[in-house]
Unconditional design. Structure first.
Length: 463
């Protein structure tokens, strides 16, 4: 009979599971090549023949390792003789992946996490580092439960950075804006798996009818709290494969995103401009409200992404959507010279309200990015304002939480355009008033509303 040690050695020489090796390769593309995690993961899964269970594991490993990288680096620093950032990038990624399975994931046996990490090291070309990975992860498996993470009451900044995996510059901004307790709540929410939310196509169904049908396939389905067409399906499943999706009866769209169009409030027969439309959720929501007699001009400077808008409009049966490849920070291509009744600028932004959906974003952003984006945001708002008729409505929104991209942009716009005013909270659609502050800004926050973080303002052209 073979000794246990020899059996373990043979086990580690075996190839790793396909799910873990796929996760490692996706993470290496994200960390080293700057790939976007959602796109890289989708492409890798599309090329694989993994069964559903392994696809779910690979997804959990990729997104979880990215979400918790800050905590993982803190823990690994206690079992390595140098910082993780000083290691060869591929090895650092391998160790983070292994550490996630040991210290964060709840259903993965520790021995499997260590053994699979050693196999991945060899399969990915880090054979010489397999011994280091084995020793570090075995030590982490023994000691991680006794390693004290920084506490919120003792050191709020260290708690957000090392316990809750928020980059230092973002943590500093959140602490200044929200205070320690709420900043920690926001950080915790930013590490959770987000809900799956859909929007009923009101031209083909209504929410109550659709909800009754979807409950047969999504046991946790329930109506959104604020969005009148929104349904929360739960936190798992594949809505894109649902027959109601294929039939064009719903669109996948977070509740915060749906509320941007609720604030815009397009009416039947109106002409609407969506200046930054791709991938098309807000443009198609607007078209469902304006109906066949209305029209929606959906702009985006990326021609491929404009194709996504047009494709979704076809699926939903929305012939009134005109998708155009154009840069909305330049003079707008309004072919017939007519002005718009309503215009939406859902501006490119730092995206800090969507960290739970895009966990790699926190590591990609740099402190100077929000200020650089503000210049583009101001330009987009100026162009859209020039295409709006007197008495028309202009909505500005972002999925970030920083003042220079929200209040600062709106304040600057109003100072330069005396023909516009910001709507007060009492003038907003009734569903949104509970979300509005005294100045009329509407906010959704992950930790308060279980929705993506959005900030939006409604501006009216008074002359």
């Amino acid at each position: 009979m073979s000794a246990p040690g020899s059996r373990r050695a043979r086990s580690r020489r075996a190839p790793p599971t396909d799910a873990r090796l796929l996760a490692l390769r996706v993470l290496m593309r994200v960390e080293q090549a700057g790939a976007y995690a959602d796109l890289a993961l989708r492409a890798a899964l599309g090329r694989s023949a993994l069964p559903a269970r392994d696809r779910a594991l690979a997804t959990e490993l990729v997104l979880g390792t990215l979400r918790w990288r800050g905590r993982l680096d803190f823990l690994l620093a206690h079992v390595l003789e140098r910082d993780v950032a000083e290691l060869e990038p591929g090895l650092a990624t391998l160790l983070r992946l292994g550490a996630f399975q040991i210290a964060v994931a709840e259903r993965i046996p520790v021995r499997a996490a260590v053994d699979e990490s050693v196999r991945c090291a060899r399969a990915a070309g880090f054979g010489r580092a397999a011994g280091l990975a084995n020793a570090a992860l075995r030590r982490l498996a023994r000691e991680h439960a006794t390693l004290a993470l920084p506490a919120l009451d003792a050191d709020p900044l260290a708690h957000l950075v090392h316990s809750l995996s928020i980059p230092r510059w973002i943590a500093e901004r959140w602490l200044a804006r929200f205070g320690p307790a709420e900043a920690a709540e926001l950080a915790r929410a930013s590490n959770e798996v987000p809900p799956l939310v859909v929007r009923a196509n009101r031209l083909r169904t209504d929410r109550e009818q659709l909800l009754a049908e979807l409950r047969e396939r999504f046991a946790d389905a329930h109506a959104c709290r604020f969005a009148p067409d929104g349904i929360v399906l739960g936190r798992g499943g594949d809505p894109g494969g649902d027959p109601a999706f294929r039939d064009g009866r719903f669109t996948v769209q977070d509740e915060g995103s749906q509320l941007v169009v609720e604030l815009l409030d397009p009416r039947p027969g109106e002409r609407v401009l969506d200046a930054c439309a791709a991938p098309g959720g807000k443009a198609t929501a607007s078209a469902e409200r304006t109906g066949e007699r209305g029209s929606v001009v959906a702009l985006d400077r990326n021609r491929r992404r404009v194709g996504l808008v047009a494709r979704d409009a076809r699926r939903l049966g929305l012939a009134s959507v005109l998708a155009v490849a154009a840069d909305a920070s330049r003079p707008l291509p309004v072919a017939d010279g007519r002005l718009f009744d309503r215009a939406l600028v859902d501006a490119p932004c730092s995206g800090l309200g969507t960290l739970r959906r895009n966990p790699d974003l926190r590591w990609r952003l740099r402190p100077g990015d929000p200020g650089s984006l503000a210049a583009l945001q101001r330009s987009l708002l100026d162009r859209a304002a020039g295409a709006l008729r007197p008495g028309g409505v202009l909505v500005y929104s972002t999925c970030t939480l920083l003042e220079e991209e929200n209040e600062g942009v709106v304040s600057d716009f109003l100072a330069r355009h005396d023909g516009f005013r910001q709507s007060a909270a009492r003038e907003l659609p009734a569903r949104l008033r509970p979300l509005a502050d005294a100045d009329g800004f509407v906010r959704t926050l992950p930790h308060r509303h279980d929705a993506d973080g959005f900030v939006m303002a409604r501006l009216e052209r008074v002359r």
